[in-house]
Design a protein around this ligand. Structure first.
Ligand SMILES: C[S@@+](CC[C@H](N)C(=O)[O-])C[C@H]1O[C@@H](n2cnc3c(N)ncnc32)[C@H](O)[C@@H]1O
Length: 399
């Protein structure tokens, strides 16, 4: 927060200073008086150039601690200038170089950020994240609780992958099962139907979802808890997590810990949406990066975990002593229109983008997003739209 205000104040100072310089140069051109205007502009220009070069060449540095890195880099630049100018170094020249550097770095960073997809890829190659994006442990945007009603608008479509996942679980008579991220109980109900004699528990961090789940399945136990910190007192035969782990930081690293909570012969069954690069999700990031909310929505981009590769999941589960089955399916959902796609993602992926905005901003965001979606998902001959939705599945059995 402090750094954002500091940066704004500095940007304003640089802007005012530039206006003053332009005004001064207009006077000089008119009256032909100031002897050293050239060198003033030179220092500012040099600073701008150095800042711009720094922003392009060291995004991994500027992405990590933007305010601190910018201030340190600009001060180093001013120090170098002082060395080069030696006797000719005056405080005003050094300040001009320093301010120029800040302005150059911030301007180029802003341009890079507006090309967010490109920038993310650029940063990813350094293992970093975009300006304004919080870091792994601390990057969740302010998210409100889940809206169970919104989520259940597409209950049949959302439950289909859970049915397919459960169909691949080879257990016939498990004694203890848990549904991690059970949501409103739709996936838990599948477990209860298939294993009527088992003890079945649902775990979720959302009060709203738990309330719905308890109403739906009053005879089952539902617990509030965070999957990241989950440490059961007794092992399970089945750990089921449908469409939940993508919300858990570093979920791939969590897998061996989940396997350790299984009895020998027990199963871990997981499904995660693999739609980060689908238009529905690319477009929400684009709209977020283009609007006046870009800064505030920086964290939304990474609120959901990136899905790992087959090789990554395989190695972690094999290393934990499991036999492993992995597959990816693209469901093609036939929806009424583009609005239905927006309604769908409002219940899940769009939440981190909408929650930090006020009502008016949400309406503007949704209008922009809707028009992009309408272009990306053309209407079929019968007026419907098709939403391809890839999902990744894994079933691991502990030996
Ligand atoms: C998309 S819903 C999935 C609901 C259900 N399992 C299904 O198959 O439709 C994701 C659920 O995971 C829960 N969740 C997300 N992060 C969680 C965490 N760290 N700990 C516990 N639950 C979490 C959310 O509250 C939400 O209810």
């Amino acid at each position: 927060m402090f750094s954002r205000y500091l940066m704004r104040a500095l940007a304003l100072a640089v802007g005012l200073y530039c206006i003053a310089l332009i005004f001064q140069s207009a006077l000089v051109l008119h009256f032909d008086t100031s002897p050293n205007l050239g060198s003033h502009i030179e220092q500012l220009g040099l600073g701008l150039l150095a800042g711009a070069i720094f922003a392009v060449s060291c995004p991994w540095l500027t992405a990590r601690r933007p305010a601190l890195t910018t201030l340190i880099a600009a001060s180093v630049f001013a120090g170098l200038q002082a060395l080069l100018l030696q006797d000719d170094a005056s405080l005003s020249k050094l300040a001009e170089g320093w301010l120029g550097f800040l302005a150059g770095l911030r301007m180029i960073s802003a341009v890079l950020k507006s090309w967010s997809a490109l920038y993310e890829r650029h940063l990813e190659s350094y293992g970093g994240e975009a300006h304004g994006v919080r870091h792994r442990s601390d990057r969740r945007p302010n998210m409100r609780d889940w809206n169970a009603g919104q989520y259940l608008k597409f209950e049949d479509e959302r439950t289909r992958p859970a049915i397919d996942l459960l169909a691949r679980v080879p257990l016939t008579d498990p004694k203890r099962c848990i549904d991690l991220g059970c949501g409103p109980g739709n996936s838990t109900e599948l477990l209860a139907r298939r294993y009527p004699n088992a003890e079945i528990i649902g775990l979720d961090s959302s009060d709203a979802m738990l309330e719905k789940a308890r109403q739906r399945l009053p005879h089952l136990a539902f617990e509030k808890g965070d999957i990241s910190a989950w440490a059961p007192s007794a092992p399970f035969d089945l750990i089921f997590a449908n469409a939940a782990l993508q919300w858990v930081p570093e979920h791939a690293a969590l897998l061996p810990r989940l396997v350790a909570a299984l009895n020998p012969g027990g199963c871990l069954a997981v499904q995660v949406p693999d739609n980060f690069n689908e238009p529905s999700h690319v477009l929400m990031r684009d709209v977020a990066a283009r609007g006046p909310w870009a800064q505030r929505l920086g964290g939304a981009v990474t609120a959901r975990e990136k899905i790992g590769s087959f090789g990554d999941y395989y190695a972690r589960l094999k290393g934990a002593g499991c036999s492993v089955g992995l597959w990816r399916t693209t469901y093609v959902h036939c929806l009424d229109d583009a609005d239905a796609i927006v309604e769908w993602v409002k219940g899940t992926g769009l939440r981190p983008f909408l929650d930090p905005l006020d009502e008016a901003e949400q309406a503007t965001f949704l209008a922009l997003y809707r028009s992009e979606i309408a272009h990306a998902y053309p209407t079929q001959f019968d007026g419907k739209v098709l939403l391809p939705f890839p999902r990744l599945f894994l079933v691991a059995r502990r030996s």
